[in-house]
Design a protein around this ligand. Structure first.
Ligand code: DX5
Length: 227
């Protein structure tokens, strides 16, 4: 079986989403993820409007920046994300994804994210087709395919997301754009995700909720992903 990867980006990466971590001990959570070999730390920023919960903002990103050398991978579930891009760049974000459903001007947002020195991504809700990105391909460093409706960790994986990843991988052929899969990702579906064309696996509960600990959980996902 040949595993498609984004050219020049290497193999599959794991982004540990702290949404399921102990918020009273986030420093230890990100250090455990780092010891376990995570490639990045995903920070889920929710505004109580695009999605019901309110989670964390740039002050938390800034604090995490002091605790880990891993890239901070921001998933903004926020309306009018353009109002916050510079703030998150200053706080130390490496990657920043805005939701295509949350902005009137994804083209301008992506250009601005890059101009601020971050890698630019678009997140797609389960109901949003991959073709919605078709006029934005030159501006993308990654696409985050949501395999749950965003807002909460611990939800059930939506299997149709794999077909979406496959279509997106075809659309992106020859371009150095990563595809992340986010929501209900675990060792149980990691192989299928990679086979479909995902090269970033984002997991919260499968990592921070694992009974045998963060490091064992990351090792399990990596082994299942086969690279
Ligand atoms: C969706 C978030 C995800 C979510 C994943 O709202 O972007 O990172 O926390 O959680 P799990 O891996 O538990 O489905």
């Amino acid at each position: 079986m040949t595993v498609p990867t984004a050219p020049g980006l290497g193999g599959v990466q794991i982004s540990a989403s702290i949404l399921s971590a102990d918020f009273a001990n986030l420093g230890e959570a990100v250090r455990a993820a780092e010891r376990g070999g995570a490639d990045m730390i995903q920070v889920d920023v929710m505004d109580g409007r695009f999605v019901p919960p309110i989670t964390m903002g740039s002050v938390v990103v800034e604090a995490l920046r002091r605790e880990t050398g891993l890239p901070l991978d921001l998933h903004l579930m926020v309306v009018e994300p353009e109002r916050h891009l510079a703030e998150f760049a200053r706080a130390g974000a490496a990657n920043l994804a805005v939701h295509i459903e949350a902005t009137a001007h994804p083209h301008r947002d992506l250009a601005q994210i890059r101009a601020l020195g971050m890698r630019a991504g678009l997140a797609l809700n389960p109901g949003t087709p991959p073709e919605s990105c078709s006029e934005l391909l030159d501006l993308l460093d990654f696409v985050l395919v949501m395999s749950v409706n965003p807002g909460y960790s611990g939800q059930e994986f939506i299997p149709a997301s794999l077909g979406k990843v496959r279509r997106l991988r075809r659309m992106l052929e020859g371009r150095p754009v990563q595809i992340g899969l986010d929501g209900g990702v675990s060792a149980d579906n990691a192989a299928a995700a990679v086979e479909a064309g995902a090269d970033v696996l984002v997991a919260a509960s499968a990592i921070f909720g694992a009974p045998d600990g963060v490091e064992a959980a990351i090792a399990r996902i990596r082994a299942a992903a086969g690279r």
